[in-house]
Design a protein around this ligand. Structure first.
Ligand SMILES: Cc1cc2nc3c(=O)[nH]c(=O)nc-3n(C[C@H](O)[C@H](O)[C@H](O)COP(=O)(O)O)c2cc1C
Length: 389
């Protein structure tokens, strides 16, 4: 590992990370493997941009291995998605160091470490949720990521002091509440690391996604953060992002109001809705939310309901049009000569787009049989001609 020259770097200031500039509350797109690929994320950038976008997770070990190039497709992004964070998983600090250098080189705005994925294959490699059971390794992985990020390019020289204060390095963590049970000791340990942001999926590893998210523990996490970091101004403390079971932007705003977190991450709620975040701008205009820098926001719930018209007012025709665009771009990006993804990946998207109006069952069944964009187009155009007003 390269040692830094203290004399040369003394007093060098790092650029403030994007995390310090986010409005609050803020709303972010969850990383979802085989869902939030560059094509889908591109549609969010077009139809309703989240405040922060995550890539799908990528194996740090794989990325720095001889065949690492083939994983770069999962890290492809367009500048329109900024700020964009790459998510990596590993249980090996040395691999994380190398991978973090690469992420920095790829000009991501930040790097997020997955410490919550329950997938057996990920856990077997010591990554994801396995790190909850190995807190010492988790901190080593985190520090390796910070070093990799900070020393990844010559212009990134920073002092040891700054590095210790991780707030200046945009390396964040996404985790769960614990392994077999809620484990405040684990959350405390992470909050002691001065992360710029911590996303908590409000379930334990054991609970997978089988129980409702425990939003009720969020105030305890926020309180813990404030106790641990009470020597900093409120606006400079670790941003706490709550995650789990949020189905609309309105619900996301309500969560920040009720539970005091700084941001909300939305996963499954965005399926079939690349316009999910389109009303973020409207929220910003709300006086009470706009002035929110600490924790307490008290928007008028009735105004909120008026402004946010989340009971999806898109017509079937509009939904199908965007679905077609999605299928076309997916086919073009991933299913060409190199065939990096199977077109069958689109089927979960079809199910999500084609729902919410009468007579969708037949159309969905037809779409499940398709193998490329051409077939989808034919079916959808025929449906629109005959069935949609
Ligand atoms: C299909 C799918 C893929 C996922 N992939 C990832 C991933 O790559 N990285 C990660 O940290 N979490 C991943 N998750 C978890 C989500 O980011 C999120 O934490 C979880 O779905 C709970 O949020 P929700 O209730 O809003 O969906 C995935 C979830 C789903 C459903």
């Amino acid at each position: 590992m390269r040692r830094i020259n203290k004399r040369k770097t003394a007093g060098t200031r790092t650029k403030k990370s994007f995390w310090t500039k986010l409005p609050r509350p803020f709303f972010v797109l969850a990383p979802m493997a085989n869902v939030t690929d560059c094509v889908f994320r591109g549609l969010f950038a077009k139809y309703g941009k989240p405040d922060v976008t995550w890539t799908e997770f990528v194996s740090a070990d794989g990325l720095v291995s001889a065949g690492g190039k083939r994983l770069l497709i999962d890290l492809k992004y367009s500048p329109k998605e900024r700020p964009i964070v790459a998510q990596l998983f590993t249980g090996h600090p040395d691999k994380m160091f190398e991978a973090a250098r690469l992420i920095r080189k790829l000009k991501f705005d930040g790097l997020d470490i997955n410490m919550g994925c329950p997938d057996r294959a990920v856990e077997k490699q010591g990554g994801g949720s396995a790190l909850i059971k190995s807190p010492r390794v988790a901190i080593e992985v985190l520090n390796a990521a910070r070093r990799g990020w900070a020393y990844g390019s010559a212009s990134a020289l920073i002092s040891e002091n700054n590095l210790k204060d991780g707030m200046n390095v945009p390396v964040s963590v996404k985790t769960r509440l614990g392994y077999n049970q809620v484990d405040f000791g684990w959350i405390r340990l992470l909050l002691e690391q001065n992360l710029p942001a911590l996303t908590v999926h409000l379930r334990t590893r054991k609970e997978m996604s089988d129980v409702p998210a425990h939003w009720e523990v969020m105030p305890e996490i926020v309180k813990m953060r404030d106790e641990i970091q009470n020597d900093r101004p409120v606006s400079e403390r670790t941003l706490i992002i709550g995650n789990g079971d949020v189905g609309s932007l309105e619900e996301a705003v309500e969560k920040t109001v009720k539970y005091g977190c700084d941001g909300v991450m939305i996963g499954r709620g965005i399926f079939g809705k690349p316009w999910f975040f389109e009303e973020i701008g409207q929220i910003r205009k709300m006086r009470h939310l706009k002035s929110h820098i600490g924790h307490v926001v008290r928007p008028n719930q009735y105004i909120l309901k008026d402004i946010l018209n989340q009971t999806d007012d898109r017509t079937p025709r509009e939904r199908l049009k965007i679905m077609l665009e999605h299928a076309r771009l997916f086919d073009k990006e991933f299913c060409g000569r190199k065939r990096v993804k199977n077109f069958a990946v689109m089927k979960k998207h079809f199910k999500a787009y084609v729902s919410g109006w009468d007579g969708t069952k037949e159309l969905r069944a037809e779409l499940m049989e398709t193998e490329n964009y051409r077939e989808v187009k034919k079916i959808v155009e025929n449906y629109i001609r005959n069935r949609v007003d």
